[in-house]
Design a binder for this molecule. Structure first.
Ligand code: ADE
Length: 231
C-alpha cells in the first residue's frame, strides 16, 4: 500500500516512519511512503504558499494554486489515489475508517498549515475529510501521521502477529482489559493471581469483567453501545 504525505514540512514526518514497526514495514515493502511539498509547485515569485483570508479573519490560509497543481499532477500519475484532507472541521476518524482505508491502493494525506486550506481545494479534491479529535493542532501533520499509522497496522504483514489485531480495543465494542508481564510481584504489587494459574477460560471471563469495568469508567458511551449491540 502507498501513502503520500502532502506537507510543507516533510521532515516532521519522515523520522517516525523510518524506525520500529513501520520502519520495518517500509523496508520490507509492505507500505511505501512518499512526500509532496506544495512549495515545490508554487508559481508565486516569492515562493509563497499562503495569503490572508478574504473577508477578514485572523491568520493566513494555504492558497489554491500550489495544492491544485500538485494534486492534479498526482491524480494523473495515480488515478486510484484516495485523497484525504486533515482538518478539525470534519468527521472523527475511527478504527473502522482505519480498516476500510487499509484496503486502498494509495492514500494521499493532505495536511493544512497556518489557519487551514482554501475551501475550494478541499471541495475540488477531497474523497474524504477527517479530524482526529476535538482540539486544534498547529497543522495537519500529526493528524496525517495518526491516520497513516492506524491504517498501516491493518495492512497485511505489517504487524508480526496477526492475532494482535483481533482482541484490541475498538475491534470489539469494549476497551481492552489490563495486561501484565514479568515480574509477578513488582514493588509489593502482585499480578492478579488468577492470571498465573493457567486456567484460560477463567482468565478470559476475568478479562471480560475487567474490560467491562474499564469501559464503563472511561467510555460510558462505548459501554452503552457494547451492551446494546450484544442484545
Ligand atoms: N488540523 C488541526 N487540528 C486538527 C485535528 N484535530 N484533526 C485533523 N487535522 C487537524
Amino acid at each position: 500500500m502507498r501513502f503520500t504525505f502532502v506537507t510543507l514540512f516533510p521532515k516532521l514526518i519522515q523520522e517516525y516512519f523510518s524506525d520500529s514497526i513501520l520502519g520495518r514495514a517500509v523496508n520490507e515493502g509492505k507500505i511505501r511512503i512518499d512526500y509532496r511539498n506544495p512549495r515545490d509547485y508554487t508559481k508565486d515569485r516569492h515562493n509563497r504558499v499562503d495569503a490572508p483570508m478574504i473577508g477578514g479573519g485572523a491568520g493566513m490560509l494555504m492558497t489554491p494554486q500550489p495544492l491544485m497543481d500538485m494534486l492534479r499532477n498526482l491524480k494523473e500519475t495515480s488515478p486510484k489515489a484516495h485523497i484525504v484532507f486533515l482538518t478539525p472541521v470534519a468527521k472523527r476518524f475511527t478504527q473502522n475508517d482505519a480498516k476500510r482505508l487499509s484496503n486502498m491502493e494509495h492514500v494521499v494525506l493532505v495536511s493544512g498549515r497556518y489557519e487551514g486550506i482554501d475551501e475550494r481545494v478541499i471541495e475540488a479534491n477531497a474523497d474524504e475529510v477527517f479530524s482526529i479529535g476535538d482540539y486544534i493542532l498547529t497543522g495537519g501533520e500529526l493528524a496525517s501521521m495518526v491516520l497513516c499509522d492506524a491504517i498501516s497496522r491493518n495492512v497485511e504483514g505489517v504487524l508480526g502477529n496477526a492475532n494482535s489485531l483481533e482482541v484490541e480495543s475498538f475491534e470489539s465494542p469494549l476497551l481492552e482489559a489490563p495486561s501484565f508481564t514479568k515480574p509477578n510481584i513488582y514493588e509489593d504489587n502482585a499480578v492478579i493471581s488468577e492470571f498465573l494459574k493457567g486456567n484460560h477460560s477463567k482468565v478470559t471471563d476475568l478479562k471480560r469483567g475487567l474490560a467491562l469495568c474499564k469501559t464503563k469508567y472511561f467510555r460510558p458511551d462505548l459501554y452503552k453501545k457494547g451492551i446494546t449491540d450484544e442484545k
